[in-house]
Design a protein around this ligand. Structure first.
Ligand code: FPP
Length: 249
């Protein structure tokens, strides 16, 4: 996890530690536009996006945020040009291989959520290895949504639960929120408190549909490769000014 200047290494004094989100999720949008503006091919935006993600992960750790989840590849992203899909799959694999040692040194626990069986077998192997090796790390929980779709996640949970009912292992009235959550890809991960989306789009785009029921959403016009610690500071300041009521008055 090298690259990127480490300005704002410590939690900025105007942020209240006790009001920080415990779990931040990000939709890393705008890589292609960033590259276009620089006169570069789209894939260079994704490469630069990896550096941004690495610095955000380190920043969350530095500032005491316990979990970060990033939307790396959606179930809809397969419709992109084959060249770009291939590039992204290779990039994920390369980054995982390169960063494993540092994740161990930095005590990062990485996990992947999504329909992982449909990913290239060599990437699946790298994913399994990194998840197994980092599983006891405790400094920060880093979740990467890859071939992830919120609707698909909910459907596969319904199917798994229906099968248990059919086999007589469960009764329909035992299906409550807790049981349902335990069948999601994100079982055991607390819901995000704050979702940040870059590049100004105001959509969830099939990301964490169940989990974001009460999460705060922050949208910035910054393109993902430009999302630095100062941008993150702004997002956290805005979050700390909000009143979270969870449906209560
Ligand atoms: C969206 O920008 C970005 C993606 C679909 C890919 C994001 C992936 C990374 C930053 C790499 C993460 C790596 C690891 C190992 C987790 P876009 O292409 O939709 O941009 P545009 O809207 O400007 O076209």
């Amino acid at each position: 996890m090298t690259a990127q200047p480490t300005k704002l290494q410590f939690l900025p004094p105007d942020l209240k530690r006790e009001l920080l989100p415990k779990h931040v999720a990000v939709i890393m949008d705008g890589n292609g536009r960033w590259a276009k503006r620089q006169g570069l091919p789209r894939i260079m935006g994704h490469k630069r996006g990896v550096d941004t993600l690495k610095d955000l992960l380190r920043c969350c750790k530095d500032w005491g945020i316990a979990a970060l989840t990033a939307y790396a590849f959606s179930t809809e992203n397969w419709k992109r040009p084959q060249e770009e899909v291939d590039f992204l799959m290779t990039l994920f694999q390369k980054v995982l291989r390169q960063e494993l040692r540092e994740m161990m040194e930095e005590n990062v626990q990485i996990q992947f959520v999504g329909n992982l069986q449909a990913l290239p077998p060599s990437l699946q192997a790298e994913i399994s290895r990194s998840m197994a090796e980092t599983r006891h790390n405790q400094a920060i929980r880093f979740t990467v949504a890859t071939n992830y779709g919120g609707r698909q996640e909910i459907l596969q949970a319904c199917r798994a639960i229906a099968e248990k009912v059919q086999q007589g292992l469960l009764k329909p009235d035992q299906i409550d929120e807790e049981l349902f959550e335990s069948h999601l890809y994100t079982a055991g991960i607390t819901d995000p408190d704050l979702l940040i989306r870059t590049s100004g789009e105001m959509r969830l785009s099939n990301f964490l549909l169940w989990q974001m029921a009460y999460g705060e959403i922050y949208i910035t016009d910054a393109l993902w490769p430009d999302f630095d610690r100062h941008e993150f500071h702004r997002a956290l300041s805005a979050y700390q000014k909000r009143e979270r009521r969870f449906g209560k008055v």
